[in-house]
Design a protein around this ligand. Structure first.
Ligand code: ADP
Length: 550
């Protein structure tokens, strides 16, 4: 027997409609690429989103088609979040920090029809425009006066002209099945090409509910939220959606991610909550400390993407009175999986013990189930000691990657043990209170300042050098970037090759920041039974290499 309740699909457009009707005068403040500060209300943002939705339809974007963005955190990007997904098309946020070749590959793979981008990225888009096989329209996210006098992009469109060309009256967001695709992010997986994670309206709205809970990010209408985490990095951890759900003021920092620029915004806009990877906070804390500044309104900051160093937690909490919310997530999880808020009986523990718990990655939020398994797939106990691969499942966890079947990747990837669990590639313990702690990573990727560097790509380049017999690229711990790529190389017999020559060989083949920091030459690389390089062993041997340099 069915329940007798209204059947209302969980759609992203409902978040914006709610913000408009219930928090209409709440502000969205953006630092623009143009250099100034822009302010609007949710009422204005909603109206402009509807006009942009009409403009996209006029460009021929149909339901299910992808619209790419290359943009900072700003109100126009936010309008696209709602205009594109709200219409039933798919918002594909591209990461502008990737190399042009990778971007072109990803845009082609996603079959993006339209590409909207900030002026910062005009040279980048000019360099790839000719190569993109599916993009029919390029949209520069500026007003008419900021359009370039000339450009290599034929028929370049102006964002504000598109909005001006449409009326707002009579527009209704379409209703459709909540399982319809809404947005798309690519992640540099462990092997081969980047992989597309295609979120749905349902998964996004459920993730939004969960992320706002008191023991998750604890969001409310009194909050002023400044997401430092980019809107091209797993939807800024869902904050563009959750801010609308709870009616919070949003402050979007645009390209101004330096300590000074961020601190100014925190203070002038009264920011209460922020979110970002540890590397960003290092820059901010250094600035605040060197200038003798304080945080007069900020109460909480979400830190995730990489482990939050204990010293950072101390600086925020003890020196500045800012609570650190340590969170763990993945692109494949939309991204929130666990959050490290203490339980009642832990709150009065001695400081050191509390810190030990807070250094863990946290407890699963409702909607995410997790378990750790040993090599044989057997579930391990939650005793804080047994360590195994972390598997998760839930309503906002990927089931399979976009076009996985075409790419020769495993189709449904979660059905390990026939039970529908997604293997995260993280190795973890879980304690009796349900706090998960990452102890190692089984996947061969490097996370530098919160962004992935694909080790396979770097190895392939190194192996193409005529003097290299074998090359492994591993994550070495780094004081600023958390991890940086380190090459471990076996030279060919009788070949001579030195560090600088090999590093110069990477020039032009990858984004500059992907270049390995150093090379260690060895006689042999340890191999496993199936001939795979034992990267865990290499990480044990050389993972500390960069910490001792400089
Ligand atoms: P995000 O950076 O938003 O978390 P990604 O998909 O880029 O998403 O990266 C996910 C991976 O990053 C995780 O599988 C894990 O290895 C690492 N990671 C994320 N959060 C943390 C954290 N708090 N501590 C340690 N590692 C983390």
């Amino acid at each position: 027997m069915n329940g007798l309740m209204m059947d209302q699909p969980l759609l992203i457009s409902t978040l914006l409609r709610h913000a408009e009707r219930h928090h209409g005068t709440q502000e969205v403040v953006s630092r623009r690429v143009e250099g100034d500060i822009h302010r609007c209300t949710y009422v204005e943002l909603a109206a402009r989103s509807r006009r942009m939705a009409r403009a996209m339809a006029a460009l021929g974007v149909a339901a299910g088609q992808r619209v790419g963005t290359l943009a900072w955190n700003g109100y126009r990007h936010l309008e696209l979040y709602y205009a594109v997904s709200g219409s039933g098309a798919v918002l594909h946020t591209l990461n502008p920090r990737l190399h042009a070749d990778q971007l072109a590959w990803i845009a082609d793979h996603a079959e993006d029809q339209v590409l909207c981008f900030d002026k910062t990225f005009l040279p980048l888009v000019e360099s790839v425009a000719q190569r993109l096989t599916t993009v029919r329209h390029f949209v520069l996210m500026v007003d008419h006066d900021h359009m370039p006098a000339s450009t290599a992009i034929p028929g370049l469109l102006c964002y504000e002209d598109l909005i001006d060309g449409q009326a707002d009256d009579g527009f209704e967001w379409p209703a459709f099945d909540e399982n319809t695709a809404s947005s798309l992010c690519y992640t540099s997986g462990t092997t081969g090409h980047p992989k597309g994670v295609l979120y749905s309206h349902r998964s996004t709205v459920l993730h939004t509910f969960a992320s706002a809970l008191p023991d998750a990010l604890n969001l409310g209408a009194r909050d002023v939220i400044l997401p430092v985490v980019p809107m091209f990095h797993v939807n800024a951890w869902g904050l563009p959606y959750s801010a609308c759900m709870v009616g919070a003021k949003l402050v979007l920092p645009g390209p101004g991610l330096g300590g000074k620029s961020l601190h100014e915004l925190f203070e002038t806009e009264g920011v209460t909550l922020s979110a970002g990877v540890p590397t960003v906070w290092q820059g901010l804390l250094a600035h605040v400390q060197s200038q003798g500044l304080t945080f007069s309104t900020m109460r909480r900051t979400v830190i995730g993407g990489s482990a939050c160093p204990p010293a950072m937690m101390e600086a925020f909490e003890d020196t500045h009175g800012v609570q650190v919310i340590h969170a763990w997530g993945m692109t494949e999880l939309s991204p929130i999986g666990t959050v490290g808020i203490l339980k009642g009986h832990q709150q009065d523990l001695p400081r050191e013990q509390r810190r030990t718990i807070q250094a863990k990655q946290g407890r699963g939020v409702f909607g995410i189930d997790m378990k750790i398994v040993g090599d044989d797939g057997e579930e391990l106990p939650w005793d804080g000691r047994a360590s195994g691969e972390l598997l998760v499942r839930g309503a906002w966890v990927v089931d399979r990657y976009l076009k996985a079947d075409h790419d020769g990747q495993p189709g449904p990837l979660v059905h390990r043990n026939g039970q529908g669990w997604f293997p995260t590639g993280d190795v973890a313990t879980v304690d009796a209170d349900g706090f998960m702690q990452i102890t190692d990573r089984a996947k061969d990727v490097i996370k530098s300042g919160g962004e992935w560097i694909g080790s396979i790509d770097l190895e392939n380049i190194a192996m193409a050098h005529p003097a290299v017999a074998m090359a492994a690229c591993i994550a070495a711990r780094h004081p600023k970037w958390d991890e940086r790529p380190l090459l471990v190389v076996v030279r060919k017999p009788d070949a001579s090759l030195e560090r600088d020559e090999l590093l110069a060989f990477f020039e032009g083949k990858i984004a500059k920041w992907w270049t390995p920091d150093d090379v260690v030459f060895v006689d042999a690389i340890p191999l496993g039974a199936t001939g795979k390089m034992l990267k865990n062993r290499l990480r044990e041997q050389h993972g500390g290499h960069l910490l001792h340099k400089d």
